[in-house]
Design a protein around this ligand. Structure first.
Ligand SMILES: *[C@@H]1O[C@H](CO)[C@@H](O)[C@H](O)[C@H]1NC(C)=O
Ligand SMILES: *[C@@H]1O[C@H](CO)[C@@H](O)[C@H](O)[C@H]1NC(C)=O
Ligand SMILES: *[C@@H]1O[C@H](CO)[C@@H](O)[C@H](O)[C@H]1NC(C)=O
Ligand SMILES: *[C@@H]1O[C@H](CO)[C@@H](O)[C@H](O)[C@H]1NC(C)=O
Ligand SMILES: *[C@@H]1O[C@H](CO)[C@@H](O)[C@H](O)[C@H]1NC(C)=O
Ligand SMILES: *[C@@H]1O[C@H](CO)[C@@H](O)[C@H](O)[C@H]1NC(C)=O
Length: 499
C-alpha cells in the first residue's frame, strides 16, 4: 500500500459512499440513455481488452505510444498551469491547485483538460489519484470535483466557493480529468475524433495523458498511483489499468507507471448483471410493483446480452422515471424547475441541495473562472451527448478484472445502497462472476459485506457538510467491499473492524 496512511485509507474507503449520493442528476440520466441506446446496437468490436488478451498471456501493445512522440512534455508548463486563486474561493486555502491541457494527439490536435489539487499537508508522502466520472461523456471537474469529492462546493450565488470537509485531497493528490476529448473543456481539433471515440481510444488517450502529465510533474513519477471512478468509469478504470500494466511490461516504451491499485464505486461493470441487479433492487426497495417484477422475472433470463421481446416489454412497464425520484439516490429530493424558470428542491432534507448543479454549471461558465482554470473559453457542459453512440464498449469487465487480478493488481469495488442505476446488487453479481475463492486468513475475510453506519459530524443548519447529515437521517449504508490482492495485514484495523 506504499505511503498511504491508515487514516487515509479509512477516508478513501468511506468517502466514496458519501460522495456517490451527491451524484449529479445529469450523469445518471446520461448513463440511462446510453444503456438504452446500446440495446439496439451489437456489442461486438475490438477493445483494449481484446488487444491485450489476444494470445491470452503477455500483453503486447503497439509502439505508437512512446513518450518521445508526445508533444508538450515541457516542465515549464507546470508553472503556467498553477492557479493562484479561483474566483470566490474562501480564505485560508492551504493546498496548491493547477489546471490546464495535456495534448494526447499532436497530429489531430486532441487535448485533455485536468484540474489537479494537491494535499494540504505532507503532499510528498501522499499518493497520486486519478479520478474519472462516467457518462460516457460526463465531466470529472463539474461533477466529480465540484459536486462530489473535490475541495470546493459552489454556493447558491453562483460566484463563491466553500470547502468540502470530506475532500479526497485531504488524503491524496487528486487529478480530475475531463475525459475523453469532447467532455467539458477537453477537445479535439479533428471533429471526426468524436465519432470514433470509445473505450479503447479513451484508455489510450488517458494513458498518454498520464505519461505526459508526469513529464510536467516529474516529482510524481515514482509516486504510488491509484485510478478511481464511478458509474461508467467502471469501464474506464479497469481498461486504463490494463493499458498501464501492459505498457509497463513492454520493453520498448521505457515508461513505467507506479500503479498501486484501482477503486470503483457503483460501477457499471457488466451490462447484463447490472440490469438484473437493477430490477431486483427496484422491486425490493419498493419502487416497482409485485406484478411488474413477476413479469420481468418470468420473461428475462439476464444470462446473455439479448433479452427478447417479452423481456423488453416487461421492462418497459417498469418505467419508474418520476420527477420526484432521483434514480441515483432513490431517497433524496430532486431539483424541480418550474414553468417560470425558477427551481426548487422537491422536499426538504437538511444540509442537501439537489439544485446544486445549477450553481456549479453557472460558475464554470463564468469567463473569469474559465480564465483562472486556463481553459479555452467555451460553453461548458456537465455531460456531452455526443457519446451516446460510444464505440467498443464491452458488455462485461469481468475478463479485464480477472486479468488484472491475475497480474496482482489490488482492486476495490464499493457500492452504496441508494443508487438504482448502478446498484450494489449488480456489483454483487459481477463479483460472483469473478469466481474468486474466498480466503479466510485467521478470522478475516477477503470478501465482506459491510454495514457502515456513517456518522454525522455536525448539526443541522450548517450548509457546508452537504452529505454527511443525510446518512444519519436515512440510516445505514450497505457497501459491498471486495479486497483482491491487498495484503490483508496491511489493511488498517479500523476498516477491518467495520466488516
Ligand atoms: C487546436 O487548434 C488551435 C487553433 O489552431 C490551436 O491553438 C491549438 O493548439 C490546437 N490544439 C492542439 C491540441 O493541437
Ligand atoms: C445562478 O445561475 C442560474 C443559471 O444560470 C440562474 O438561474 C440563477 O438566477 C443564478 N443565481 C444567481 C444568484 O445569480
Ligand atoms: C523484456 O526484456 C527482458 C530482458 O531482456 C525479457 O526477459 C522480457 O521477456 C522482455 N519482456 C517483453 C514483454 O518483451
Ligand atoms: C438463459 O436462461 C434460460 C432460462 O433459464 C435458459 O433456457 C437459456 O438456455 C439460458 N441461456 C444461456 C445462454 O445460458
Ligand atoms: C418513461 O416515462 C416518462 C414519463 O412518462 C417518459 O417521458 C419516458 O419516455 C418513458 N421512458 C421509457 C423508456 O418508456
Ligand atoms: C415561479 O413559480 C414557483 C412555483 O410555481 C413560485 O413559487 C414562484 O413564486 C414563481 N416565481 C416567480 C418569480 O414568479
Amino acid at each position: 500500500m506504499g505511503t498511504i496512511t491508515a487514516a487515509g485509507f479509512h477516508v478513501l474507503f468511506l468517502i466514496p459512499i458519501i460522495a456517490l449520493h451527491a451524484h449529479a442528476s445529469s450523469q445518471e440520466a446520461h448513463l440511462t440513455e446510453f444503456l438504452l441506446s446500446r440495446k439496439s446496437r451489437s456489442s461486438s468490436g475490438s477493445t483494449i481488452s481484446d488487444s491485450i488478451f489476444h494470445g491470452g498471456s503477455v500483453p503486447v501493445i503497439t509502439n505508437s505510444l512512446r513518450t518521445d512522440e508526445y508533444p508538450n512534455s515541457d516542465r515549464a508548463l507546470k508553472a503556467a498551469d498553477k492557479i493562484p486563486v479561483l474566483p470566490g474561493q474562501p480564505e485560508g486555502v492551504d493546498f496548491d491547485q493547477y489546471a490546464g491541457y495535456v495534448t494526447v494527439d499532436g497530429h489531430n490536435g486532441r487535448a485533455l483538460f485536468y484540474y489537479f489539487v494537491e494535499a494540504p499537508g505532507d503532499k510528498a508522502a501522499k499518493p497520486l489519484l486519478l479520478w474519472l466520472n462516467g457518462g460516457p461523456g460526463c465531466s470529472s471537474l463539474g461533477l466529480g470535483a465540484m459536486r462530489e469529492l473535490g475541495p470546493f462546493r459552489v454556493n447558491r450565488d453562483n460566484q463563491t466557493l466553500t470547502r468540502n470537509k470530506h475532500a479526497w485531497n485531504n488524503e491524496a493528490n487528486v487529478i480530475f480529468l475531463e475525459s475523453p476529448a469532447g467532455v467539458g473543456f477537453s477537445y479535439s481539433n479533428t471533429s471526426s475524433d468524436y465519432d470514433r471515440m470509445g473505450d479503447p481510444l479513451t484508455a489510450q488517450d488517458t494513458y498518454a495523458f498520464l505519461v505526459n502529465w508526469l513529464d510536467r510533474y516529474p516529482e510524481y513519477k515514482a509516486r504510488g498511483l491509484y485510478n478511481a471512478g464511478e458509474s461508467y468509469a467502471g469501464h474506464y478504470v479497469p481498461q486504463l489499468a490494463a493499458a498501464i500494466l501492459a505498457h509497463n511490461n513492454n520493453n520498448n516504451t521505457g515508461v513505467m507507471l507506479n500503479l498501486k491499485g484501482i477503486l470503483v464505486g457503483n460501477p457499471l461493470l457488466d451490462v447484463v448483471k447490472n440490469k438484473r441487479g437493477r430490477y431486483e433492487y427496484l422491486w425490493n426497495h419498493g419502487v416497482i410493483s409485485d406484478e411488474v417484477w413477476a413479469d420481468i422475472s418470468s420473461h428475462c433470463s439476464f444470462n446473455g446480452s439479448s433479452y427478447g421481446g417479452m423481456c423488453d416489454e416487461a421492462i418497459s412497464k417498469s418505467n419508474y422515471t418520476h420527477r420526484d425520484l432521483d434514480m441515483y439516490n432513490i431517497y433524496a429530493p430532486t431539483c424541480i424547475t418550474s414553468d417560470n424558470g425558477s427551481y426548487y428542491s422537491s422536499s426538504q432534507l437538511p444540509g442537501y441541495d439537489p439544485c446544486g448543479e445549477v450553481a456549479t454549471f453557472a460558475y464554470l461558465n463564468r469567463p473569469a473562472v474559465q480564465r483562472a482554470l486556463h481553459a479555452r473559453e467555451t460553453k461548458w457542459r456537465g455531460c456531452n451527448r455526443i457519446f451516446i453512440g460510444f464505440k467498443d464498449s464491452p458488455d462485461s469487465m469481468v475478463p479485464t478484472l480477472k486479468w488484472l487480478i491475475d497480474h496482482g493488481l489490488p482492486i476495490w469495488l464499493f457500492s452504496g445502497d441508494f443508487d438504482s442505476i448502478c446498484p450494489f446488487t449488480g456489483t454483487r453479481y459481477t463479483v460472483r462472476d469473478l469466481k474468486l475463492s474466498i480466503t479466510e486468513p485467521k478470522s478475516r475475510k477477503a470478501y465482506c459485506l459491510l454495514l457502515v453506519p456513517l456518522r454525522s459530524t455536525q448539526g443541522v443548519g450548517e450548509s457546508q457538510d452537504l452529505e454527511a447529515p443525510r446518512q444519519d437521517e436515512l440510516g445505514v449504508q450497505l457497501a459491498l467491499c471486495l479486497t483482491v490482492g491487498w495484503m490483508l495485514t496491511q489493511v488498517p484495523d479500523d476498516v477491518i473492524a467495520a466488516c
